[in-house]
Design a protein around this ligand. Structure first.
Ligand SMILES: [Zn+2]
Length: 125
């Protein structure tokens, strides 16, 4: 597990670079890596969430040119998605907020929808 000893900045940066070069990831993740130098971690019909190497989380609508700082709710979603989809970013996994509800899909056992956490960030229904 050598990668876990690298700094978060280095781990995110190398993922961004792999996306930018098209070595891995989807087209939208490559686009985000190229345009924003950030790691695309979550996308739905409304837009995408991305994590920059400094750990900040941005959100972007698909029809928007700019990304902007994500709300707290979406930030939790982004960090959960990042830790679930990129094993080397496991330590980004968010704490469960007191207001979080159990995942209605898996009832707490952890599934793709809740990023394996068993609970849902407020921004997901
Ligand atoms: Zn679930």
């Amino acid at each position: 597990m050598v990668t876990q000893e690298r700094s978060l900045v280095a781990r995110i940066s190398s993922l961004v670079e792999a996306h930018r070069l098209g070595q891995t990831g989807h087209d939208w993740q490559r686009d985000i890596a190229t345009r924003f130098g950030a790691l695309g971690v979550y996308g739905d019909i409304g837009g995408a969430l991305m994590v920059r190497p400094d750990g900040s989380v941005l959100s972007m609508g698909w029809d928007e040119e700019q990304a902007s700082a994500a709300s707290d709710g979406w930030r939790i979603t982004a960090l959960a998605a990042a830790s679930y989809r990129f094993p080397e970013l496991f330590d980004l996994a968010p704490e469960r907020p007191p207001t979080a509800r159990p995942c209605w899909k898996c009832e707490g056992s952890g599934c793709e929808y809740c990023f394996g956490m068993g609970w849902l960030p407020d921004s997901l229904g």
